[in-house]
Design a protein around this ligand. Structure first.
Ligand SMILES: *[C@@H]1O[C@H](CO)[C@@H](O)[C@H](O)[C@H]1NC(C)=O
Ligand SMILES: *[C@@H]1O[C@H](CO)[C@@H](O)[C@H](O)[C@H]1NC(C)=O
Ligand SMILES: *[C@@H]1O[C@H](CO)[C@@H](O)[C@H](O)[C@H]1NC(C)=O
Length: 335
């Protein structure tokens, strides 16, 4: 019997055991050894998911119950909070946002408006059709592709982020909004590419796609039926992302004068970084340095961050810019 067959048999056996005991074998967040648990069905008459901790230490074999305000680990309705099970340091189940919070730390929304790691809000205009490094560090780079328009008589473009490429190890993960003429919430307008190949995120079961690459697990899970995902790259970054259009009203209020045949579908994203170095670069990255002092003016409606020349990259997939730090592990370009 080959190892593959043995594995399949083992998997079948495990499913049987789970069915027997009424527990669903599902693992905690990624490969984090400090947070392992088995997910159990809610008690009869409740909807609150439970988990039994498997991590050694104080928490071991403790059953945690999700709060009633966020009974599911992965809610897919408008209740944006999910239950986060912490079997590590805390030994508790708490509610956390699973949708980008555009006013929260590490957010990138609207005509691009950032909130830095220091909590300071700023705008970065860039230029339509161009690419800029959002984060560039030793082992991670995230670039953004800007789309936009320039109404007659204006001196600059209005811009939005249409795509992100997340580069690490030898890999590139691209999350992009499709160009849509007329927006429909129910139609998927998010595309995902892993190393140049299209990825489709399942809509049933755990509604997630995962891959183990080198020593890292990458997980993309839906946080709504369409157009909304949470991405986790072990040890590097976690992001909540949503594809959204420019509405009729927004177009009028801001006088964007957008063409009627383009909904300007774009991304709203909130990042959480792990293990950034103190020399991290990029429009957003730099704001995570310890002792960083933001150069933007406070107390004005649109504080501006400059540096277009420093952060511009030749393409969405290029880790090269004047101040960029990321270097590919090997020079394999598969795109
Ligand atoms: C875990 O707890 C359950 C009941 O709370 C008990 O039956 C079981 O023996 C415990 N397992 C271990 C390994 O301590
Ligand atoms: C979710 O919110 C949208 C608009 O914000 C609304 O149209 C839709 O009906 C809501 N869906 C549910 C299941 O509440
Ligand atoms: C954190 O980053 C450093 C390099 O900046 C790397 O050597 C180390 O392995 C990283 N730690 C983790 C947990 O990824």
């Amino acid at each position: 019997m080959g190892p593959r067959k043995a594995f399949i048999l083992l998997a079948i056996l495990l499913v049987f055991i789970s069915v027997e005991t009424g527990s669903v074998q599902a693992q905690g967040s990624g490969k984090d050894p400090a947070n392992k648990y088995d997910v159990k069905k809610p008690l009869p008459g409740t909807t609150q998911v439970r988990a039994v901790c498997k991590t050694k230490g104080e928490c071991f074999n403790t059953t945690l119950t999700c709060p009633s305000q966020c009974p599911d680990r992965k809610p897919k309705d408008n209740n944006s909070k999910g239950c986060f099970i912490n079997c590590g340091s805390k030994c508790e189940a708490t509610c956390k946002n699973r949708k980008p919070k555009c006013d929260g730390f590490g957010s990138l929304c609207y005509d691009p408006r950032f909130v830095g790691g220091d909590g300071v809000m700023f705008y970065f205009h860039g230029a339509k059709g161009s690419d800029f490094a959002v984060v560039s560090d030793n082992n991670l780079q995230i670039n953004a592709h800007f789309i936009g328009s320039r109404p007659a008589g204006r001196t600059r473009d209005y811009t939005w982020v249409q795509a992100l490429s997340v580069m690490f190890d030898t890999h590139t993960l691209v999350l992009a909004a499709k160009r849509v003429t007329k927006w429909d919430d129910k139609v998927e307008s998010l595309t995902v590419k892993w190393d140049g190949e299209d990825v489709s995120i399942p809509t049933d079961g755990e509604a997630e796609w995962r891959i183990m690459s080198q020593q890292r697990e990458v997980v993309i899970e839906r946080t709504d039926e369409t157009n909304s995902v949470k991405v986790t790259v072990d040890g590097l970054v976690e992001l909540n992302l949503r594809v959204t259009p420019i509405g009729e009203k927004e177009n009028k209020v801001h006088n964007y004068q957008l063409p009627s045949d383009d909904a300007f579908a774009h991304l709203e994203t909130q990042f959480r970084f792990f293990n950034l170095s103190d020399l991290v670069e990029g429009i957003l990255g730099k704001t995570y340095r310890t002792g960083y002092v933001s150069p933007v003016k406070r107390g004005v409606p649109m504080p501006m961050m400059g540096g277009e020349d420093k952060y511009q990259t030749p393409s969405l997939y290029s880790p090269v810019c004047k101040v960029c730090r990321f270097q590919r592990e090997s020079a394999v370009a598969t795109l």
